[in-house]
Design a protein around this ligand. Structure first.
Ligand SMILES: [Zn+2]
Length: 229
C-alpha cells in the first residue's frame, strides 16, 4: 500500500477504514480449546482529552459514534482532525477514536511519522507519553499544541482474565505473535493487557500489518515467550 500521508485525498482515510475492517475480522483457528484470536490493524488515529476536544470542536462538544470497535465501549468517531508535524507537513482526516481519555494521544505508524517529518517517534504503550514528541492539532473550532503525545503504539494483546489464564500470562508480560503466510513473520514483543471486559485481540499498526501480510495470513498464533513451537 502506498502511503503518501501528505496527499490530502479525502478517500484515503475511508480506504484505511475499509482495510481495517477487512483485516480486522481475521480469526485464527482455535486449537484444542484455545480462545478465538482476533488481530486488528489500527490505522493512525487520535485519542483526545476533554479539554482538547473543547478547544478543537467547541465547549461541551460530544463525539459522534461512526462505528463501534471490537473492544467494548470503544468507537471510531465521525470527527477527524488535521495533524501538523514538525516540518509543517500535515495529515488531514486523522480519525478520532472514543471515548475521551485523560490525556490526548496520537498514534502513528512509522511511515506516517516519516511522512510528517518526525526524526523519531518512540514505540510506547498507550498512556506512557512522557518525553514523546508533540504536534499541532487543528479542528473546526481551534488549534491545540500538544507538547507530547505522539507515539507508535507498542503491539499489544487485549485479553480477559480467562484468556490470560489459558495462556499462562499476566498483565504486563510479553508474548509472541506468529503470522504465517508468504512473509511469515513472528513479532517478538506483544504486550499483554488484561482487562475484565477485554476481548482477545491483538492490535498492530498498518506498517506492521503490511509487513506480515496480515490480510492474507492463513495462520495466526499467539504464544507465551519460550513456548512458540
Ligand atoms: Zn489496543
Amino acid at each position: 500500500m502506498a502511503t503518501t500521508a501528505t496527499t490530502p485525498r479525502l478517500t484515503r482515510s475511508q480506504v484505511e477504514e475499509i482495510v481495517r475492517q477487512v483485516v480486522s475480522e481475521r480469526l485464527a483457528a482455535p486449537r484444542g480449546g484455545a480462545p478465538a484470536l482476533a488481530v486488528h490493524a489500527s490505522a493512525r488515529h487520535a485519542h483526545l482529552c476533554r479539554e482538547d476536544l473543547d478547544r478543537l470542536f467547541g465547549p461541551g462538544y460530544e463525539l459522534t459514534v461512526d462505528r463501534p470497535l471490537y473492544q467494548p465501549g470503544n468507537f471510531a468517531a465521525k470527527e477527524t482532525v488535521t495533524l501538523i508535524g514538525p516540518r509543517s507537513r500535515l495529515i488531514s482526516n486523522l480519525r478520532i477514536l472514543g471515548p475521551l481519555r485523560s490525556r490526548s494521544q496520537i498514534e502513528l505508524a512509522f511511515t506516517d511519522a516519516v511522512s510528517l517529518g518526525y526524526d523519531d517517534v518512540p514505540i510506547r504503550l498507550s498512556g506512557d507519553l512522557d518525553g514523546t514528541p508533540g504536534a499541532y492539532v487543528m479542528g473546526p473550532h481551534g488549534v491545540v499544541e500538544l507538547k507530547d503525545g505522539v507515539i507508535r503504539a507498542a503491539m499489544h494483546a487485549h485479553m480477559g482474565p480467562d484468556d490470560a489464564a489459558y495462556y499462562g500470562v499476566r498483565h504486563g508480560d510479553l508474548m509472541k505473535l506468529r503470522v504465517g503466510g508468504d512473509a511469515g513473520v513472528t513479532f517478538e514483543r506483544v504486550h499483554v493487557r488484561v482487562g475484565a471486559d477485554f476481548r482477545l485481540d491483538v492490535h498492530m499498526d498498518t506498517d506492521e500489518a503490511n509487513a506480515c501480510g496480515l490480510r492474507y495470513a492463513k495462520e495466526i498464533g499467539l504464544f507465551k515467550q519460550g513456548e512458540d513451537r
